[in-house]
Design a protein around this ligand. Sequence first.
Ligand SMILES: C[S@@+](CC[C@H](N)C(=O)[O-])C[C@H]1O[C@@H](n2cnc3c(N)ncnc32)[C@H](O)[C@@H]1O
Length: 240
Amino acid sequence: MEVHMGDYSNMASYYDVIMTSGYYDYEKIVSSLISETPFEQVLEIGCGTGLILQELAKRQPHVAISGVDLTQPMLDIAQQRLKPFANVSLSQQNVCELTLRDAHDLAFSYGGVWYFVIDGDKEPFMVSHIPDDADNHKGFERVAQCVAPGGVLLLGIQGPHHNYDTVISNGMTYSQQIDPSPIGFTKHYYLKDGAQTVMAQTVNYRTYSFSEAQRMMAAYGFTYAPEQNRGNLFLGFKKS
Ligand SMILES: C[S@@+](CC[C@H](N)C(=O)[O-])C[C@H]1O[C@@H](n2cnc3c(N)ncnc32)[C@H](O)[C@@H]1O
């Protein structure tokens, strides 16, 4: 089945083994998240299977932690993983219709709904899991309602995407293929066990130049704040 709206259902049961085979370094991500000003209420947008939130909850047991994700099968895994942590609450939500009661002093997304690609000295550009432009605006409008004035939004940084395949820790072969599209690019993810394809997923990504992204975010009160950047892992935006 081909899915396009940022839905990770096909990948869900293999997500952890792919990501923990060197795709992301969750300890490093969390170290960078907690490296600056302390926070009391934190939200992850596109928390997936909860790998970041588990590490965060272990290290910040007194912080109120929320996570939202579009894909129920990803969230089911997160629910199981995060059961031991009373300070974590999760909900299935599309960020374009996000509703949460609390105003968070920190919100972040890493590889989640929005992220930035930085390729050497080239200007960063933003990648969105949301293909429709108007929906991206709705998403930032909704996120703005969940971040307190003076709060911070951190969006993860990734290197440039390229085609490759690699053997992961369970012996299967993970591969990804990138094709340009009129709105950005399409990424095909595959997992093969020998000759058999056990997982195939396609996601359509929309891209924004750095200035387009800053303009869109500024419309909802988020201003680029380089002093909030976390090394080469997150770009920081301050909420007015
Ligand atoms: C690559 S995963 C990242 C998961 C997690 N942050 C991690 O680091 O492992 C991207 C996640 O974003 C979620 N996502 C995509 N579009 C979304 C949307 N419109 N609203 C909420 N979540 C979304 C997907 O369901 C998926 O779980």
